[in-house]
Write a protein that binds this ligand. Structure first.
Ligand code: PLP
Length: 431
């Protein structure tokens, strides 16, 4: 495969853009390589500026559950933009979006649209603090909730990949207000509540993690977290920016059978445009301005183009009774294929998957159920695997600590090709 144009483009970008990218996770630095520059995408495939085509498992980091350039989404966008692109005044589309979100995720009685997942979690935390009159928040090591100061403490995703889970620039005061616990370890949560129970405003969690790779919670852990929050009067915030409408139509909360007080959303609800949202019980949401005293605002919030793309995508997901079954079938096929490869080659690794989200962890451990397990992974092996995959036309997230996404546009043939490419990559690493 030729990457000449991408290499040149990256050299030029480095002159003008910090690190050459507008979000660190796009850089291939952790796999000691240069990123490919994307020219276009269609269905399950992305094409770079050198003309190489890849089966895409990044899906813009989650939003593209229907695949790229879905005709209905494009049609909605082109019709909507003819009427103007932003008004800074209410539109019918925003209420339609709120109704659709509530229908698919009934714990969200009332929802506020924002422009990114970061804004959603930042605003949800402010609301939780304003509502409870408390300061502290509990988050989990390896979970990522966007780049708000309060959450860049033991953070996952790019912060973990690039070795800055506690970034410079966050004041010690802010860092003090964030308590960290261990995913799947209820005692680590209980200890915080015992010590600070009456000053904990909220606990925020990725109910299935994606930002340290896919780690699945036990039922007891999640129920225990819910019970501790209720007992101590702290709000339980499910950060479903990644899992919302992804792992199931009703998000991770429907799979787990646990109702959070607030939910943060992003990615899929924007259909590929910049969007976030947070919502929950009306009684809590009514504390937001202008109804209540907690301030939060946005010039472009509820932008018509973002609403049109997101609403179209959500309705397609809601109305097609087979879509989640089909995602499960295809992602299951991929999981089985990857596991067969590992068995056949006697290659030590673990595949974790929930619905269409998966991670192949390169570890000698039997299971990956905690951040500590994740940290035992061999990132050098991942790096080689990533490069061999790319060269055989498979586009994965360039980090061991991320999830892969299967979309409705992936075909059985795509999955089969991916399994074969994975086999070949593992074989080369073994040599
Ligand atoms: N929360 C979770 C669980 C995420 O996965 C992400 C992004 O990957 C965010 C929050 C931040 O969203 P955004 O990148 O749109 O700000």
């Amino acid at each position: 495969m030729e990457f000449t144009k991408s290499i040149q483009a990256f050299q030029e970008a480095l002159e003008y853009i910090p690190g050459g990218v507008n979000s660190p996770v796009r850089s291939f630095r952790s796999v000691e390589s240069d990123p490919v520059f994307i020219e276009s995408a269609q269905g399950s495939k992305v094409r770079d500026i050198d003309g190489n085509e890849y089966i895409d498992y990044v899906g813009s980091w989650g939003p593209m559950i229907l695949g790229h350039a879905h005709p209905d989404v494009l049609k909605a966008l082109s019709e909507t933009m003819q009427k103007g692109t932003s008004f800074g005044a209410p539109t019918l589309l925003e209420t339609e979006m709120a109704k659709q979100v509530r229908k698919m995720m009934p714990s969200i009685e009332s929802v506020r649209m924002v422009n990114s997942g970061t804004e959603a979690t930042m605003s949800a935390l402010r609301l939780a603090r304003g509502y409870t009159g408390r300061d502290l928040v509990i988050k989990f090591e390896g979970c990522y909730h966007g780049h708000n100061d309060s959450f860049l403490i033991a953070a996952g995703s790019g912060a973990l990949t690039f070795g800055t889970p506690n970034t410079p620039g966050v004041t010690t005061g802010t860092a003090h207000d964030t308590l960290t616990a261990q995913f799947n370890d209820l005692d680590s949560v209980a200890a915080h509540f015992e010590k600070h129970g009456d000053n904990i405003a909220a606990l925020i969690i990725e109910p299935v993690t994606g930002n340290m790779g896919v780690v699945i919670p036990t039922k007891e852990f999640m129920q225990g977290v819910r019970d501790l929050c209720t007992k101590h009067g702290a709000l339980l915030i499910f950060d479903e920016v990644m899992t919302g409408f992804r792992v199931a139509k009703g998000g991770a909360q429907s799979l787990l059978g646990i109702e959070p007080d607030l939910t943060t959303l992003g990615k899929i609800i924007g259909g590929g445009l910049p969007v976030g949202a947070y919502g929950g019980k009306k009684e809590i949401m009514d504390h937001l301005a202008p109804q209540g005293p907690v301030y939060q605002a946005g010039t472009l919030s509820g932008n018509p183009l973002a609403m049109a793309a997101g609403l179209t995508q959500l309705r397609l997901l809601d109305n097609d009774s087979m879509i989640y079954d089909d995602l499960e079938r295809k992602a299951g096929m991929l999981e089985e294929g990857l596991k067969n490869n590992l068995r056949e080659l006697d290659f030590p690794a673990v595949v974790n998957r929930v619905g269409s989200m998966f991670t192949l962890f390169f570890t000698k451990e039997e299971k990956v159920t905690s951040f500590a397990d994740v940290m035992k992974c061999d990132t050098k092996v991942f790096s080689d695997y990533f490069k061999y995959s790319l060269e055989s036309g498979i586009y994965l997230a360039p980090s061991q600590f991320e999830a892969g996404f299967v979309s409705a546009a992936h075909t059985d043939e795509d999955i089969q090709r991916t399994i074969e490419a994975s086999y070949n990559a593992l074989k080369k690493i073994k040599q």
